[in-house]
Design a protein around this ligand. Structure first.
Ligand code: 5GP
Ligand code: MN
Length: 323
């Protein structure tokens, strides 16, 4: 299995197909949503039947980007020629859709996570792409499709979210050049940013306040940990699917290098989100715990732990990183 087939090979496979299904990861973020929807829109422009298949309600933050791309309807997703996993690289990241994914005659992975290993028929895994949407930006012209304002807006949303609004070290000259091209196509960057970042429910912000209230600094102030429990959700009216940005805010604390947020999904299933500022590789840390991600943004799921036990275990592990 090759880590990287060429984008030309992938484009040729997509051009041959009639029906293409796109599979972004669970807990969709702007890049998973933007990259998969942009590719979906482009495939439709090329005359294909294409859908983004999802397995959960779209998070508020990205729902505005869906213009009829996303579906859970099995009637619309029967007998795909090609199934593409987008912005992820293992079945664990789209668990309820694995069976459907495997009905595709050909499978493709398009991703930029450093922990992704090739696992499908065709793979394009580019760790130094700032966002999967950047890869999609390069793939679409190879399909013979012109990027228009709609497709461009989806790509822009992917790039702006995965670069932390063009702040993170994955942001390159190329990232800015692509963004500039998208603006030239009429993409309204400021409107997209307002929808992504200035459109919060009050309850979400109240939950954020509780998370900060609960935050505990450790490792001499170089790390911070907090959690979201059922109780906090009930008391604030916040939801687990709208915590985007909170781990980043914890990381923003002066002196903090690693931020960790635990989310109690069900009793004894805890989703762990990690962010680092500069030097610590949280992808490697997450991989050791069965997850993965990027150097500075990664995560994993713990089964069989209470929030308190998970917290203690992770504090100990993170403290070891600073020894
Ligand atoms: P978040 O903390 O926002 O859920 O995820 C941060 C980054 O790590 C995202 O790029 C996400 O795709 C990745 N990530 C989060 N959880 C997992 C996981 O359990 N496995 C893998 N492979 N990647 C993850
Ligand atoms: Mn991404």
């Amino acid at each position: 299995m090759k880590k990287n087939n060429s984008l030309d090979e992938i484009a040729a496979a997509l051009k041959k197909a009639d029906t293409v299904l796109l599979f972004p990861h669970i807990s969709m973020d702007g890049d998973a949503m933007g990259a998969s929807s942009a590719l979906c829109a482009a495939l439709r422009k090329a005359g294909k039947t294409a859908y983004v298949v999802v397995e959960e309600k779209l998070p508020d933050m990205v729902a505005f980007l869906d213009r009829g791309y996303c579906t859970e309807d099995p009637k619309l997703t029967a007998r795909p020629d090609v199934c593409v996993c987008v912005d992820c690289g293992e079945y664990k990241r789209f668990p309820k859709r694995k069976t459907l994914f495997r009905t595709g005659a050909l499978s493709v992975c398009i991703d930029h996570h450093k922990t992704t290993e090739p696992f499908l028929d065709l793979n394009f895994i580019k760790e130094d792409a700032a966002a999967t949407a950047e890869i999609v930006y390069e793939l679409i012209p190879l399909l013979g499709v012109e990027i228009d304002e709609e497709i461009g807006s989806l790509i822009y949303a992917g790039i702006v979210t995965d670069t932390g609004k063009f702040q993170y070290s994955n942001t390159t000259r190329k990232t800015h050049l692509i963004a500039a091209e998208l603006l030239a196509l009429g993409v309204r960057a400021s409107d997209i940013s307002i929808m992504l970042y200035q459109n919060e429910r009050m309850e979400k912000l109240l939950l954020g306040a509780r998370i900060f209230d609960d935050a505990r600094l450790f490792a001499d102030g170089r790390a911070v940990i907090s959690c979201i429990t059922e109780k906090m959700l009930k008391e604030t009216g916040g939801r687990l699917d709208e915590t985007d940005g909170v781990t980043e805010s914890l990381r923003d604390i002066r002196g903090v290098e690693v931020a960790c947020l635990l989310k109690e999904k069900t009793a004894h299933t805890i989703k762990v989100s990690l962010r680092s500022k500069k030097d610590v590789d949280v992808a490697a840390f997450s991989e050791k715990n069965g997850g993965g991600g990027h150097t500075k943004a990664a995560g994993f799921t713990l089964n069989g732990y209470s929030v308190e036990d998970a917290k203690n275990m992770i504090i100990q592990q993170i403290e070891e990183l600073f020894l």
